[in-house]
Design a binder for this molecule. Sequence first.
Ligand code: UD2
Length: 312
Amino acid sequence: MKALVTGGAGFIGSHLVDHLVTEGIEVVVVDNLSMGKLTNIKHRNQVKIHIEDVQNQQFMQQLLQTERFDYIYFLAAVASVADSIERPAETHLTNHTAVLSMLEYIRQSKLPLKQFLFTSSAAVYGNLPELPKRENSQVDPLSPYAIDKYATERYVLAYGKLYDLPTVCVRFFNVYGPRQNPSSPYSGVLSILTDCLSQERPFTLYGDGLQTRDFIYISDVIQAIWLITTNQVQQQVFNVANGRELSLMTIIKAYEKIAGRQLKVRSTVSRTGEVKRSVANINKLIKLGYSTQWSLEAGLCQYWKGVQHAGS
Ligand code: UD2
């Protein structure tokens, strides 16, 4: 079996690559290293890595033609809402056009495939009041990023139905864990919190801390993706989350306890366009056999242990 992971040097992608390798799958990575790092990939010597942009259609088509993948995991993205607002047309090329071009090539060339998995986001739900979010809840994508994710989902599913392709979409909620890059203010809050706690730097809290999120530890994300692959699910969308709603303040308190340190907090106004509450209904995933292995406390402990270990 052979798999392509676009964005395979990134936070989520590299964990997926690690898992696929341990499953005995031959893995090819395409990553432009905009956020990812080669050192993220544990089994680098067992993986074919192309430092390339998924926008390079000629390269991607040649790769698909020569490698004949069984599985394609499309994780490459400009994964920042803020960046998509700054550069809507540019980010669209990665977040939408690159996926569509690949699907179109697969269709036209009649490439055999066992699964094409597209990674979408909870961003598609926007700020509507219905909670928890079910996969068929109303959507309200508000940013170019969210619009691209939703539009691409629809294409991915339509290509599945119209052209009989084994496509599937996942909507990630707030994923955290080792290798998440804390370098931008729009990085995942838990990577920033980890950085602030370990470097004893002040943390900027946007808003009152009562905003809620549904945090899922990276290993559970990989469990979910692998279940979707092994169950050969087609033409469906899955929320990938923990199903537990926690306020940022609760999370900060829990993390301080685990780290045995107090965080220096500087409060400021909420971010514009901020979602106040977010939590998923994950029954669909549970029906596939998913069960959360990592509570927030366990995930944070593991994450913190890794950081301490790396620093010592
Ligand atoms: C997540 C996704 C984003 C998009 C969005 C959809 C991540 C990293 N981002 O944004 O791509 O899919 O969901 O709704 O998964 N915060 C602070 N201080 C900081 C950083 C963050 O207070 O230094 C707050 C932030 O204002 C928010 C919460 O922490 O209330 C979580 O922030 P985030 O950027 O990790 O994730 P989110 O849910 O805003």
